[in-house]
Every structure is written in structure tokens, then in C-alpha cells.
Design a protein around this ligand. Structure first.
Ligand SMILES: [Zn+2]
Ligand SMILES: [Zn+2]
Length: 406
């Protein structure tokens, strides 16, 4: 590993780093970082990305600059691009990324340059009330600063167009050759794992893990249904199988996805098109209904199916996001008398759960090469999202970046 102290690290379009900072032994970078990088930019009024050159960003205190190996293609980005999830523009999306640390800001002594990492899409501030009690998944600063404001914790973005216009960052803005992330969002990627494929651990993997191990609890020997098996749903199926669920029923309307779900651990596959899904789930569980029903699409119809599929003492875990107006109705008497529960699960507790997900994958409990079914180059990002929107991605797609010399 080559370590130099900020020797020739310059940023096009950004004033030169002042000498005090420039000479600071606290900013560590590898040699020969480029001045500019390619990034996929979402401008005002268009659902399409344009790939443009912008300045390579600089990490500040508690942050790392990552040379991105890959970034996952997730439905949340699609919702943002289509305007279904509000987010300020112009912006760089991409919230599920992996890569190598090539620069570190001050207060990052515990990390080394050259470390292979995955970034969790929830970047915990570590200081708010929720973070202090370990609930990274509901970090209030992350939601206020990043999801609402497109910034990191100091309220500023790290990236800009060459004319100086600020670019909003969705999580770490991973659809770029380089990305800045708070080190609280990073987990080291074990040697045996493919670095590019490991990107999907940062959203799909982490979200599946949170839903199964946190929101559901002990699933060993229990029965479960997973309604909608896209990237996150498939991740939940894998987690359930890895954690010893006795029966995992995958439900979708796409036979291709159901076939993949069978390959990665589902014991039963149900095509829900035109059928009474809860009735079919009861049939498959000897009339009892499942102990856990996971919903990964975010529609009132499928969440309603999940609620009606659980048996006595059963729990529904809602994972899919929906429009802010969407609501679901619950049969009150059944809910009360059968001791049902329902819990929402968003991502996971990054600092604890992301390393656990990486370990699970390294131990073979989460097969990245089966989940990652499609790869695209950055220049093909619009094709990737078109395919995702058309339901053509069987598992998870990733945008892979070319190896750059460093
Ligand atoms: Zn995602
Ligand atoms: Zn926080």
C-alpha cells in the first residue's frame, strides 16, 4: 500500500486546499488520485441520468474517500428518479456501494488506506439520541441531513458540477467513480468476497438482515412467507434459509424471480397472480398460517396479504416503502385475539449489522454470486434502470466501475 501525506491532491473547480489542511498529517491519501471523475447526474425534470465529469471530492473529518468498485441498482433510486420519492436535484444517487479507501479525513485513525469496504445506505451520525442507543436504522440526523437535504452531517455536499452548482448526495452518491462516506457507514469486506458483488450488502443485504434478525427475531425452526422477491425480498429469503427457518414460502407474480428464490433457499414458490395468497399460504402450512410474513414491495395490497397470512402469534414485517399516502387495513378482532404483531423495518443498525452481514456472506450464508444477476457499466446506467423498471432484473443488478490505476 502506498501512503503519502496529501502530496498532490487537487480538486478541479474547487479552491486549492489551504496549506494548513494540505500539510495536515491528518489527511491521508494514496498517490496519484485524478482531479476529475465520471458521475451519473440526475438533473431537474428528467428521470434519466447523464454521465458527466466532475471534481473528485475530498473527505472531511470522520470521512473516507472510496474508489467505487460497484454500486447496486435499487428500486429506491428508481422512485427518486421518477419523482415518487422527493429528493433535491441536481443529484447523484447510488446508495449501495463497495470499493477501496483511497483517502481519509481527520479523525479516522482506526481505518487504513487501501481497505476494501462496503458502505451501508444508512450512514449513522453516531451522536443523535437514536444512534446513542444503537438505533442507527432511525438516525434522525441521517434522515434530516441526507434524505431531506442531500448533504452529509455538516449540512454540505461534497460534490458539485464544474460550474459550482451543488450536487445533492443520496446516501454516499455511489454512482460516481469516487464517493465520500462517513466511516460510521463502512464495513471491511472480507478477502474471500468479490468486492464488486459485495456492494449489494449495503442495502439489499443489510435490509434483509435487519428484517429477519432484528424485526422478526429468532426464526430458527419457524415458518415464513416473503411477499415480493426482488433484490430485498430475495435477500430476506436467503437470510431466512441461513438462519434456519423451517419453511420459506416465496410469493411473486414473476416466475423467473420465484425460480431464483427456490435456488437460494425458498422451500415453496407461489405465483400470486389472480389467486387468494393468504389462503394458499395457509394451505401450504397445514392450515396454520406462517409465523412471519415479510412484505418487500410496499403496496397496500401485498401488505394486506402479509397481514392475513400469519398464524397465531404471528408477526408481519413491513419492509417495502410506499407513497406517503398509502395505508393498510388490519382485521382488528383477528389481530387482537390471535396475538398478531406488525413491525416496520428500514435497513438495519449499520455499525453492528453491516459487519455481521459481511461475515455471514464470507461464511457462505449469503450467496452474492447468485443474488447479483446483472452487471452494467456506468455509461449503461439508464439501461439498468429501464430494465429494473420493466421487471427484467431477475435478482440484483450492479453498476461496475472500471479498475483505475492508483
Ligand atoms: Zn436500496
Ligand atoms: Zn444519529
Amino acid at each position: 500500500m502506498i501512503v503519502t501525506i496529501c502530496s498532490d491532491y487537487e480538486y478541479n473547480g474547487v479552491p486549492p486546499v489551504n496549506d494548513e489542511v494540505h500539510d495536515s498529517p491528518q489527511l491521508r491519501t494514496i498517490a496519484d488520485l485524478p482531479v476529475q471523475m465520471k458521475a451519473a447526474i440526475l438533473r431537474e425534470g428528467s428521470p434519466e441520468y447523464s454521465v458527466e465529469l466532475i471534481a473528485v471530492p475530498q473527505p472531511r473529518s470522520g470521512e473516507a474517500l472510496i474508489r467505487v468498485a460497484a454500486c447496486g441498482v435499487c428500486h429506491s433510486d428508481l422512485h427518486v428518479a421518477r419523482g415518487q420519492i422527493a429528493f433535491p436535484r441536481p443529484a447523484v444517487l447510488g446508495h449501495e456501494l463497495s470499493g477501496t479507501i483511497v483517502a481519509l479525513g481527520p479523525n479516522t485513525e482506526e481505518l487504513e488506506l487501501g481497505t476494501r469496504v462496503v458502505a451501508g445506505f444508512i450512514m449513522p451520525c453516531t451522536k443523535c439520541e437514536n444512534c446513542l442507543r444503537g438505533r442507527d436504522d432511525i438516525c434522525s440526523e441521517f434522515f434530516a441531513q441526507n434524505r431531506v437535504n442531500g448533504a452529509l452531517f455538516d449540512g454540505e455536499s461534497r460534490i458539485a458540477l464544474n460550474d459550482g452548482t451543488r450536487l445533492n448526495m443520496y446516501s454516499a452518491a455511489g454512482f460516481a467513480e469516487y464517493a465520500v462516506a462517513p466511516i460510521s457507514a463502512l464495513a471491511a469486506v472480507a478477502d474471500g468476497l468479490d468486492l464488486a458483488q459485495a456492494a449489494v450488502l449495503g442495502c439489499a443485504g443489510m435490509t434483509g438482515y435487519g428484517a429477519v434478525s432484528r424485526a422478526a427475531g429468532d426464526v430458527q425452526g419457524r415458518t415464513a412467507a416473503v411477499i415480493a422477491v426482488g433484490g430485498v425480498g430475495l435477500s430476506i429469503v436467503q437470510m431466512l434459509a441461513a438462519m434456519g427457518a423451517s419453511q420459506v414460502i416465496a410469493v411473486d407474480i414473476d416466475d423467473n424471480k420465484l425460480a431464483l428464490a427456490r435456488e437460494i433457499g425458498a422451500t415453496d414458490a407461489v405465483n400470486g397472480m389472480g389467486i387468494d395468497v393468504p389462503a394458499r399460504i395457509r394451505e401450504l402450512t397445514g392450515g396454520r398460517g406462517v409465523d412471519f410474513a415479510f412484505e418487500a414491495l410496499g403496496s397496500a395490497q401485498t401488505l394486506g396479504q402479509a397481514v392475513r397470512s400469519v398464524g397465531e402469534g404471528g408477526r408481519t414485517v413491513a419492509v417495502g416503502l410506499a407513497g406517503s399516502e398509502a395505508e393498510v387495513s388490519v382485521p382488528i378482532t383477528t389481530f387482537v385475539r390471535r396475538g398478531h404483531s406488525m413491525v416496520g423495518s428500514f435497513g438495519a443498525r449499520t455499525r453492528v449489522d453491516l459487519p455481521a452481514v459481511v461475515s455471514l456472506a464470507a461464511a457462505g450464508g449469503f450467496a452474492l454470486d447468485t443474488l447479483v444477476t446483472d452487471t452494467f457499466g456506468l455509461d449503461e446506467i439508464n439501461d439498468a434502470y429501464r430494465a429494473l423498471g420493466a421487471g427484467e432484473i431477475r435478482g440484483r443488478a450492479i453498476v461496475v466501475f472500471e479498475e483505475q490505476s492508483s
